[in-house]
Design a protein around this ligand. Structure first.
Ligand SMILES: [Fe+2]
Ligand SMILES: [Fe+2]
Length: 139
C-alpha cells in the first residue's frame, strides 16, 4: 500500500471525504500494479490502464470541488483552483513522458515522492478550509 486512507484528514463535507477515499483506493491499486510489473508479473498495458483511470479520477475530484466552490462563491476559489491546475499540469507532463519512455518507475517516483505528500497537505489545508466554508450550504 502506498497511502493509508486514515492519513488523509476528514473534512466537513462528507461527499468530499468519499471522493478522497475513492482516489486513494485507485492510487493504491495503481501502485500495486506497478510493483507487480516490476517483479515480473503483469503487463505495461495494465499499468497504463490504471494510470489513465487514476488521471480521470483526479480530474473528476478537482472538478467536483471546483463546482461547489463556484456555486457557493468560495472566497479563495482562484487559489484553490490554481493548485488543482498546477497538479493536473504536472500529471499531464508525467503522462507524456511515461508514454514515451514506458518506464513505470517514473510513475512510482512521482506518486510516492510528490503526489502523496501533496495530497495529504492539500486536504489538510485548502480542502479543510474549503469544506468548512461549504458545510454551511452542503452536507
Ligand atoms: Fe480534495
Ligand atoms: Fe482540492
Amino acid at each position: 500500500m502506498l497511502l493509508d486512507k486514515t492519513l488523509i484528514p476528514r473534512v466537513a463535507v462528507e461527499q468530499m471525504n468519499q471522493v478522497h477515499d475513492t482516489e486513494i483506493e485507485i492510487l493504491n491499486k495503481l501502485y500495486e500494479t506497478i510493483e507487480k510489473f516490476e517483479s515480473g508479473e503483469g503487463s505495461i498495458e495494465e499499468v497504463e490502464q490504471l494510470f489513465d483511470e487514476f488521471l480521470k479520477d483526479v480530474q473528476e475530484h478537482f472538478s467536483f470541488e471546483q463546482g461547489l466552490m463556484e456555486e457557493y462563491n468560495f472566497f479563495a476559489y482562484p487559489m484553490h483552483r490554481g493548485e488543482h491546475d498546477r497538479v493536473l499540469m504536472e500529471l499531464n507532463q508525467l503522462k507524456k513522458k511515461f508514454e514515451k519512455e514506458k518506464d513505470p518507475h517514473l510513475l512510482k517516483e512521482y506518486l510516492s515522492k510528490i503526489f502523496v505528500p501533496w495530497i495529504v497537505n492539500h486536504v489538510q489545508t485548502m480542502d479543510t478550509v474549503t469544506a468548512h466554508f461549504l458545510s454551511h450550504f452542503v452536507k
